[in-house]
Ligand binder design. Sequence first.
Ligand code: NAD
Length: 476
Amino acid sequence: MTDHTKGVLVGGEWRTGSRGVFDVVDPATLNLIAQVADAGPDDAIAAVDAAARAFPSWSATAPRARADLLMKTRELMLRDAEELAQLISVENGKSLADARAEVNYAAEFFRWFAEEAVRPHGDFGSSPAGGTRTIVTHHPVGVAALVTPWNFPAAMATRKIAPALAAGCTVVLKPAAETPLTALAVARLMIEAGVPDGVVNVVPGEDAAAIVAAWTEDPRVRKLSFTGSTNVGRQLLRQAADRVINTSMELGGNAPFVVTADADVDAAVEGAMIAKFRNGGQACTAANRFYVHEDVAAEFVAKLGARVEALEVGPAAEGSDIGPLISSRARQNVERVLENALAAGARIAHQSKPATAPGHFFTPVVLTDVPPEAAVVREESFAPIAPIVTWTDQEDMLAQVNSTEYGLAAYVFAGDLGAALRLSERIEAGMIGVNRGLVSDPSAPFGGVKQSGIGREGARIGLEEYTETQYFSVAW
Ligand code: NAD
């Protein structure tokens, strides 16, 4: 696995890209890691040709046989877990601990959907008037186009590939240009596992818009599953509308992290470290804004601050806790958001020691005295910034929590579980961590409400996203 595959994967063959190659750079050291085939629309269409050719036989393959191949892929991912984790770290920048956790999480989607693949659901009933029987079945939707971001280069790909294949679909995948190597490595393992040619095709490339437009315009593509920013998701929904393509959208978030007066503050701090600083804050589920009850705010800030000051920021290879941001553009954006907050009266209460490496590092900070209207609260910062807003009136706090166009994840820490659940029910979010800082779980439905997306990944519903329902009305 050390010689990473760097081509366009079409029909089981590794090809050159029609646009030459593009550079993949380690965001921690700014060193060139690899040059990867740069695909264009022709390659994107060739991938659909291969996926469409493979579909009849793959969709007719026995569910158990499909499941075995998914399970085998998981075993191979675990066999190569350390190499995959190194690869994720080097192209994405995240710490090795985060990268290892991602490999396990990513591999788990193959196990979960291998188990789901052999449990097809259907219905048999009779109409209320009698005289007919109703049979309801589910079928694979067809060729699925998958588009993934850079922040979880393994898991965002497997969370789509595994259910698609379990349902009987074939796929064309475009990984993010920042992190194509991990998806290519997973695809190579799928080939080693014995997944037939053309079932999984990978099209890396810098011109994302051209590749994906080739797919949304191709009548053979019946499904578009996208994970990324709300802006691009919106644009793809418009494109998909022309052919009324079945879409799933996993988009941006702005997760609130609520701490009530009776919360276990140590548990809340532990949860905050995971919800905020896992992946250096570059997670769609990352806690973006903290609403801490006035009575416990000083203790929460002091304890969280001590943990943040102890974080090691630097390249993953040096055993750091927090790596760099993905790009200089991301860093400039976060610096703007921080400056805006400071100008509006926020104060840096605690921060880590800055990294000394040359990459796109941003020093983690805990901010207090944050005005609720500051950009750091309103926008998805995608960075290790923890802005603390204090509250006393629950209704006011809830109004602030829900005053965002996003609704992906939220976190509630409270002593009384019943009160925590009643409060959580009033938060407009698809996923709520109750006294937990982590919501991602392959067996649970991942997804958001409002402008955080449409559809769910993981759980049973994650497979249903790749199926169509058909019913037979039968004279009886
Ligand atoms: P992005 O939207 O810029 O890119 C995502 C993918 O879309 C990449 O593969 C990119 O190459 C491609 N893309 C970009 N422009 C495109 C276009 N015009 N047409 C077609 N494809 C295009 O997002 P990002 O910066 O890579 O990822 C960060 C965002 O993703 C954040 O907003 C984050 O919250 C979100 N995200 C959401 C989830 C979720 O499950 N809801 C998970 C991870 C990340």
